[in-house]
Design a protein around this ligand. Sequence first.
Ligand SMILES: [Zn+2]
Length: 498
Amino acid sequence: MPRIAIAECKQEVSTFNPVPSVYDDFRQARGQAVLDYHRQCREEVGGALSVFDAADDVEVVPTFAASANTSGGVLTAESFDHLSNDFLSSLAQSGKVDAAYFSLHGAMQAENENDPEGFLLQEARHILGPEIPIVVSLDLHGVLTDRMLEHSDAIVTYHTYPHVDFFETGVRAANLLLKITAGQVRPVTARVKIPALVRGDELITETGSISECIQLAQAIEASEIGLSAGVMWGNPFTDVPELRTNIIVVMNGDEASAKEHALELAKRFWTHHEKMQVPLTSLEDAIREASAVTTGTVVMMDAADATSSGASGDSNAILREAVRQGYCGRLLAPIVDPAAVQQAMAAGIGATIRTTLGGALDPARFKPLKLEARVHSLSDGKFQSESFGWQWDAGNTTVLEAEHFTIVVGTRPVSLFDRSWFYANGQNPQHFDLVVVKSPHCEPHMFADWCAKLIHVDAPGATSANLNSLGHKTCSRPIFPLDEGVEFHPVAEVFRRL
Ligand SMILES: [Zn+2]
């Protein structure tokens, strides 16, 4: 009966968010609590457990699971040391195991480590020894590094964006791990580096040109000797040395075929890369265009302050421009501002407060906006995500009404890639003329399918799709679109453990 260790460590970081992430930002579980949590939610570990539980000869050994409540700034050195020590010591205490499955993200960064996942895998390999198969699942926004490839047997990655295949990715990883453990397959990985950082609608797997690459990856994976294949375009905001797009193909024993497929996928991706940018509308034009729409709801995608990509969530840029232009429609916007929430709590429901909103966390980008507002509601900020039923916590939360502007104000950032935070605070986006959505994309039924107009706004922020505005210092250059005339000379490198 194989004993299989299971561990998790996930966060996505924006280097450009000045607010550091800390240990307490992570939901954590140890031992049996890892199973109790993951058996009831559809994430990667849950998917893997569904496979292991169905195989009646597997003993699962849960060790440590940590996942950040939302994305954020670079993790402090002390917090990373604490987290990695928890991860590695619980693995070391798990006794002799025959295999390990790790659910990682790939776009972490710590003050003292540019490749946290690579470090965890290197140290896990030391603990487990060279013979023990390790399969890792990663977000396709993960920054795939040499160390991750050198210290694992195979990588499995998401195939969807917006992501809807967390569970299925865990299923694929677990099935592959069982095959390796049983000696049925011998994985060989080919990786092609692509000098490109990409964003935008072309990356939506249902409708964008990326679908051609993803379908090809899935066909390779499903082929007779295919084990895993994927396109990892990385998180362009995690400014680390190995940030770029990567293709991986894992085949059973056949190095030449792995290389050939990886090169084909990479070339296919490169033919589309120039389209993979976001046409952005200036703030001034965006509000002017919204004012001209007389029926239906205008949705403004503010990807620059996308909390799920690592931004601070305290941008007031759209709100400020709406005030400046005297926008007279009903506006709904989310923002993080702990002091404003405290003031509203002290004043109570129905009271009118004079406060400021925005610039609480990222004052170099956003200046506080003064306004007078009525406290419409207060809550403890705990709610359930409509997407996957996850429990989210924005801290104490208030809804403020400043004339025809309704602003949901939280104490700390939460993911805003769906409508949950609006719904949890009694706000239906369809009842407004203008809704600010702090995410690059949402599933289409949430906004795009019904809104009158959708505008991608060029606002400042730590996760701006205007990548040239961010000031990358660390990633290897030249790289599209930060540099002109970038050339691509595809090379397939091979990683094989045994
Ligand atoms: Zn992602």
